[in-house]
Write a protein that binds this ligand. Structure first.
Ligand SMILES: NC(=O)c1ccc[n+]([C@@H]2O[C@H](COP(=O)([O-])OP(=O)(O)OC[C@H]3O[C@@H](n4cnc5c(N)ncnc54)[C@H](OP(=O)(O)O)[C@@H]3O)[C@@H](O)[C@H]2O)c1
Length: 406
């Protein structure tokens, strides 16, 4: 079995699933049929401009963020990889593979954008996988999110969390190769939070200005707290620790509250659930109009819709799996696609979405699968989650009861 997997990974690397279609997707009209045709080949450059930095991710098509940063359109989702948070809505069947093994597989398969979060409880393991991979920091695109509990506690807690995330990812990879072993030792000290040497080491590394995340998101718009949290992220961006700021699970009304709250720069992305079974066209159109890139989460509908007849039919027409149809729908619409799997063969399968195109009729069929019940369920989940894990959990305190749902 292991040998089969190794062969699969080796052949995946050789064929580099993303390689056939490297380049940037023009974002002006991302849903247009010709988006794919407009992908262009790009090459690596060590220049430090945001656009050039993005070219280090040459093997995956990208979408431009508002500052020109090239954001890979496919990433590896790390939720419930190696660890299931206590307040997760559903469990995972069977024993968990260590997150470092899963992320290591994802990196070997070719994923370079890792979609992470404080909440996922596995960033130290993600860091181990990065460290073991030997992949240079500027070839990776690291996104993380600050959780509701930390947002509620305010600026100091957010600062401490970001420092921790960056450390756990292995700051060693921000440093020149010659200093890596020193940094690795310090990383190990730092993982023991009670070790006083650890804090000194962190300061030393911060002083080098080498620790940053490519994208940092507010995980949920915690009522009464999220605007201040965003302003803290703006400070951290000015300090060089965050390249781009984004939000997640923001309704149109949360976004307007942010703008009215006096923030300095609009978010680069909004990460929300997007798949054919939860396709909120008005919300998506609004954010696109604001120049906010949509990152899709649960792009595979959490694996729970794979036997839908439309997916089977369209899959059969293209000799593709239902998961690949969902992935293709996502990237063909220009949404960032973040499939999660702990199985290497599925990591490969999920990445292979650039060698076919869905017809207009197929896209329309998939676009029409969202039901009124699904929109209702989304609204219920939104109301429950904005206060989740905070001192207001279980209450509707501050929760917006009238958001744009569709
Ligand atoms: N911002 C937020 O609030 C938020 C919320 C949820 C998720 N996210 C992010 O989005 C990422 C993706 O979402 P998600 O993990 O919730 O769900 P997802 O990617 O839509 O689906 C994951 C599920 O599908 C299964 N699966 C994966 N590939 C498959 C395939 N080819 N065929 C059949 N089943 C397959 C996985 O099982 P196996 O692992 O066993 O293969 C897993 O059960 C997360 O990992 C996280 O990074 C963000």
């Amino acid at each position: 079995m292991m040998k089969t997997l190794q062969l699969l990974v080796a052949s995946a690397s050789a064929a580099t699933p993303f390689a056939r279609s490297a380049g940037a997707i023009a974002f002006a009209d991302p849903s247009s049929k010709s988006s794919l045709a407009r992908m262009t080949t790009s090459s690596y450059s060590s220049s430090s401009s945001p656009a050039a930095r993005g070219r280090a991710l040459a093997s995956c098509p990208t979408v431009p963020l508002r500052d020109g940063t090239a954001h890979p359109i496919v990433g590896f989702g790390t939720y419930k990889v190696g660890f299931v948070p206590a307040s997760a809505s559903s469990a995972v069947d069977g024993p968990l593979r260590p997150a470092s093994d899963c992320v290591g597989d994802a990196l070997r398969v070719g994923y370079r954008f890792l979609e992470c979060a404080e909440f996922y409880g596995n960033e130290a393991e993600v860091g181990k996988a990065i460290e073991a991979s030997g992949i240079a920091r500027d070839e990776l695109f690291l996104c993380s999110k600050v959780w509701t509990t930390t947002i509620e506690r305010g600026e100091d807690a957010i600062r401490a969390q970001l420092d921790k995330s960056e450390w756990e990812w292995g700051i060693a990879y921000h440093a020149p190769r010659s200093t890596r072993s020193l940094f690795s030792r310090r990383c190990r000290y730092h993982r023991d939070e009670n070790n006083p040497r650890l804090r000194r080491a962190m300061t030393a590394l911060a002083d080098l200005g080498t620790n940053y995340v490519d994208l940092y998101l507010i995980h949920w718009p915690v009522p009464g707290k999220h605007v201040d949290a965003y302003k803290t992220l703006e400070k951290l961006q000015r300090e060089g620790k965050i390249r781009n700021i984004g939000v997640s699970n923001y309704a149109v009304e949360d976004y307007k509250e942010l703008l009215d709250g006096g923030i300095e720069s609009k978010p680069a992305v909004n990460q929300i659930e997007i798949n054919p079974f939860l396709y909120r066209k008005n919300t998506i159109a609004y954010f696109r109009g604001e120049g906010v890139v949509l990152q899709s989460y649960r792009s595979l509908r959490d694996g729970k819709a794979m036997d839908h007849p439309s997916l089977s039919k369209i899959g059969a027409a293209h000799s593709k799996s239902p998961a690949q149809i969902l992935g293709r729908w996502c990237v063909q619409h220009g949404f960032v696609y973040t499939p999660k799997s702990v199985k290497v063969e599925r990591m490969v399968e999920n990445s292979q979405v650039f060698d076919f195109e869905l017809s207009e009729a197929e896209m329309e069929e998939l676009d029409g699968l969202t039901t009124a019940e699904a929109l209702d369920a989304f609204q219920t989940l939104y109301r429950k989650c904005v206060n989740r894990d905070t001192t207001k959990d279980g209450t509707m305190e501050g929760v917006k009861m009238d958001i744009t749902v569709d």
